[in-house]
Design a protein around this ligand. Structure first.
Ligand code: DGT
Ligand code: CA
Ligand code: CA
Ligand code: ZN
Length: 574
């Protein structure tokens, strides 16, 4: 942990304390320490190692802060800071990022209007609830709206799917402990496996329609992780979790469960399209059921609703109203989408040969435990020098280890590399190395902001390299952080098809790249795909399910994806 990070921890502690109303001296002690450390010439890590006693000679740092510095340097966290954050709304700290908003104002909005998120702040400003507060006015209210606008341009309140999914699973597990819950499922964008999630939608049915409702809702709001109860009614409730994620719960009747699942899975446009089908049959479709007048003709499960409407079952991932209903009506049969269990190996992984956290052998064991037939070791080439990419002697060393491991382990390790695409479109390893490799992933990690034309040419020239097999994380996007690179996607897909380069669907939840809208077009143009995890430790291989979700949203079946076959079959494509 470097000086800058330590300073930001102290700064955050000062902010939390000030919002909580701690006394001035305590708040100021953290503030001053943060400022001093931010401007310090000496490296605190080195001081902790060499002469921790001297740390208290820094102005403003006493014994207590010295102990925290040592703790931060040695463990990466500080217990008091972690404890402070526990009961504290994350949204309040996020609010501090708004231009012109300090702890005093955040505290004011929290204590007077119970505002804990930027979204609530925006709503309040729009309703003119802020202008009458102490030391506020019409202008400062408008300033806040403006600051939120600026902020939202480069940040969103959508959550990464793995984080939302984890929260949903944990919540559902907790809800099952309530004896009155019968069925429980999540719906919404999480069920459609969209790459980011606005809020979590959970549906339940209860054991006793007369007595259970209240018990279920009470159990729901009593969850440990709940930070704020936004609404609590007889059949529905909304809460905000400590993690900042909103969760909606609805209690529905048994005979309506399927209809509610369909309605709340969405998306909205798909629902509207399905409703027009119902109308044509003189029926009505809503969250209670497929209705003839006031009578439910189908509703307890989704299948019977589709059947009654005369359409084959449409998987949740396809429900976007971008042609799925028309396809269903025309073909009377939906395509068989790829499944997680179709995947036979992972072709993009890292180990300590570059920036991975685990050794090659540890990674191998992780893949063995998933039952894979093979995986490719594809550490970075050397231009990623900052993160320890491989030079030609490193990769040769890796080949030797792969040969040894292949003799003793029940999995085939392929020799590979994630080779950087250089600025001019050439690759970061020469033919002498590339020709020895089973798997060559070409990735653009740098120069993401070239002009569209130049970027397109650069990528095409990399794709045309005869050794290229996979275009890694094609758009380069980082969800909620970095936009897609600008290039002509149509031309890149055409070049991949012409040169037999598979497009990667990178399963890392921060990437989920290639996005489904492009993957679907690529499929129509005849492209092939690989779904990889880009694992950097022994836990990441579980990301595969997320990539498969994107593939399903892109209408891909097993045959479109090369790592659903043996490695021989993969290689046959090239
Ligand atoms: P999110 O939460 O933004 O990631 O996306 P969703 O799709 O989960 O949206 P959410 O939570 O607002 O609503 C869940 C589903 O409920 C949505 O996919 C479709 C349905 N729904 C919500 N509002 C409407 C509406 O006004 N009309 C119709 N037909 N359906 C709606
Ligand atoms: Ca939702
Ligand atoms: Ca919702
Ligand atoms: Zn990688």
């Amino acid at each position: 942990m470097d000086n800058k990070t330590i300073a930001s921890v102290f700064d955050e502690m000062g902010n939390i304390l000030e919002i909580q109303g701690a006394d001035f001296f305590r708040v100021n002690a953290f503030r001053r320490a943060a400022l001093t450390i931010g401007n310090l010439a000496m490296d605190l890590r080195q001081m902790v190692d060499e002469n921790p006693v001297d740390i208290i000679k820094i102005p403003g740092i006493g014994n207590a802060l010295r102990d925290k510095i040592v703790e931060l340097v040695e463990t990466g966290v500080c217990k008091e800071h972690e404890d402070m954050k526990k009961g504290f709304p994350k949204g309040l700290l996020e609010m501090l990022k708004l231009r012109g908003l300090g702890p005093k104002k955040v505290k004011l909005f929290y204590s007077s209007l119970k505002i804990t998120t930027i979204k609530q702040l925006k709503d309040a400003a729009k309703k003119h609830l802020l202008r009458d507060l102490e030391r506020m006015g019409e202008k400062s209210e408008m300033d806040i709206l403006q600051a939120i606008d600026e902020y939202s341009k480069f940040s969103t309140d959508r959550h990464l799917i793995n984080e939302a999914q984890q929260e949903a699973y944990r919540y559902i597990e907790y809800m099952r402990k309530c004896g009155d819950v019968k069925k429980i499922e999540f719906a919404g964008s999480l069920r459609r496996r969209k790459e980011t999630i606005g809020d979590i939608d959970i549906l339940v049915t209860v054991k006793d329609p007369l007595k259970s409702h209240k018990k279920v809702i009470d159990h729901f709001v009593a969850y440990d992780e709940v930070l704020n109860v936004v609404a609590q009614g007889d059949t529905k409730s909304s809460v905000i979790l400590q993690s900042g994620i909103d969760v909606d719960l609805r209690v529905v009747a048994e005979e309506s469960f399927g209809a509610a699942m369909h309605y709340f899975t969405g998306n909205k446009e798909h629902n509207i399209r399905m409703r027009t089908l119902a109308i044509r049959k003189n029926l009505k479709l809503n969250e209670y059921g497929l209705m003839k007048g006031s009578k439910i003709v189908a509703g307890k499960n989704e299948e019977e609703i589709f059947e009654t409407l005369g359409v084959p079952y449409i998987e949740p991932e396809l429900r976007k109203n971008d042609g799925e209903v028309e396809y269903a009506l025309k073909h009377k049969k939906m395509p068989k989408l790829i499944k997680l269990k179709d995947i036979k190996g992972d072709l993009h992984t890292h180990s300590t040969y570059s920036d991975g956290k685990n050794t090659l052998e540890e990674m191998a064991k992780s893949f063995i435990s998933l039952g894979y037939e093979y995986f490719a070791a594809t550490d970075h080439s050397s231009i990623m020098g900052i993160t320890g990419g491989m030079g030609s002697s490193d990769i040769k060393k890796q080949w030797k280890e792969i040969d040894l491991l292949n003799k003793k382990l029940p999995i085939k390790i392929l020799k590979g590399c994630e080779v950087d695409i250089l600025k001019d479109g050439s690759l970061d390893f020469g033919d002498d190395i590339l020709k020895e490799l089973d798997v060559v992933i070409i990735s653009a990690h740098m120069f993401g902001r070239l002009d569209e034309d130049i970027q397109t040419k650069r990528l095409i020239s990399a794709i045309e390299n005869p050794y290229s097999k996979i275009l890694g994380h094609p758009t380069g996007r980082i969800l909620n952080k970095r936009p897609e690179m600008k290039f002509d996607m149509g031309k890149i897909i055409d070049a991949c098809v012409a040169n037999k380069v598979a497009l990667e669907i990178n399963s890392n939840p921060n990437r989920l790249d290639l996005p489904d809208k492009y993957a679907r077009i690529a499929k129509e143009k005849g492209a092939k795909f690989v779904i990889n995890t880009d694992a950097h430790d022994i836990y990441n291989p579980s990301f595969m399910a997320l990539g498969v979700g994107i593939a399903r949203r892109s209408w891909l079946n097993k045959e479109d994806v090369l790592n659903t076959g043996s490695f021989k079959e993969f290689d046959r494509y090239y």
